[in-house]
Design a protein around this ligand. Structure first.
Ligand SMILES: Cc1ncc(COP(=O)(O)O)c(C=O)c1O
Length: 302
């Protein structure tokens, strides 16, 4: 497994261990930091690396920068350049996971909007060993954050407390992962992933007003599933629909697509990864790696 050697801070490439952020910065004190997680995938034959849906990730980052009123922020051209440069600099011989973080780097107050600093990093990230066999999940007693308190469509570090608490609770209760409900008890998402169900042969996913992060992978799967002929509904989802679904699976850049084989210890369908999740997993894999010419617009060559 390769190791990260270099990192970029404020446009400057430096050895990994030299990256710095002051503990009294607004980024640390008030969690004023928006970020992105992207993946660069290697083609199995040519070994060429490409970043998957970089522009859509940068769109979401810029949306977060706007909502958080960070100013002046790095330009789109700078962020794009840093992502590609940090990948080149680390020479990964396998897939890479990218982190792009934009934050207030100095001490300040609740009213601070700058000075804005940013970091681009590339690290190795292995697939979960349960990628093929699936996760057992429990519905958490922690609730999802709401748009009028800590807007979930901003990928902000401040938004991860409930997800972390739900993950710790799930592990203590013997589950692989947690499903988090909104404050009014509807299904939202998992700590770092969105969710799909198969009900009556149709795919269903909580809508963008169900306090989800507007996931790039969710959008990718809506497009790919529709192309494969599935109807996809975006709507409110009840907790008990999880128990009645033929299939449930999670999706996200980090975890990719993982089948969910039980919820609250009730088996989903036959209690094993379902055919639709496995088919979409395969299709996703071919699109992200470019073993199909389809959706070349989603792959930025490194
Ligand atoms: C809270 C949360 N929800 C959903 C997702 C999935 O989003 P994406 O598919 O854009 O990675 C992530 C991962 O980044 C996340 O952190």
């Amino acid at each position: 497994m390769w190791q990260a050697k270099q990192i970029i801070q404020n446009g400057r490439l430096m050895p990994w261990d030299e990256a710095r952020l002051h503990p009294l910065s607004v980024a640390v004190a008030y969690a004023c930091c928006v970020f992105e997680g992207m993946r660069a995938y290697r083609h199995p034959e040519t070994s060429k690396l490409s970043v998957f849906r970089m522009e859509e990730h940068l769109d979401r980052l810029e949306q977060g920068i706007k909502i958080m009123r960070l100013h002046p922020a790095p330009t789109r051209a700078q962020l794009r350049e840093d992502v590609l440069r940090v990948l080149h600099a680390n020479e990964p011989d396998d897939d890479a996971y990218l982190r792009l973080m934009v934050y207030i780097e100095a001490m300040g107050s609740m009213a601070s909007t700058g000075p804005v600093g940013w970091t681009a990093a590339a690290v190795p990230r292995e697939r979960s060993e349960k990628f093929r066999t699936g996760f057992a999940v429990g519905v958490s007693s922690w609730a999802r954050i709401a748009d009028n308190a800590s807007p979930p469509r901003v990928k902000a570090t401040a938004n991860y407390h409930a997800g972390r608490l739900a993950t710790l609770q799930a592990k203590a209760d013997g589950y692989d992962n947690a499903i988090i409900l909104t404050a009014v008890g509807k299904v939202s998402e998992l700590p770092g992933a969105c969710l799909f169900l198969l009900r009556g042969g149709k795919l269903v996913t909580p809508g963008v007003t169900s306090d989800i992060l507007e996931s790039v992978t969710r959008d990718t799967l809506i497009v790919l599933a529709t192309e494969l002929g599935f109807a996809v509904e975006q709507r409110q989802v009840d907790r008990t629909e999880l128990y009645c679904a033929e299939e449930v699976f999670l999706c996200g850049t980090g975890q990719e697509l993982v089948p969910i084989i039980s919820v609250d210890r009730l088996p989903v369908g036959e209690g094993k990864p379902g055919p639709v999740a496995l088919r979409l997993q395969q299709r996703y894999e071919s699109v992200v790696r470019g073993t199909t010419p389809d959706h070349a617009e989603w792959r930025t060559p490194v």
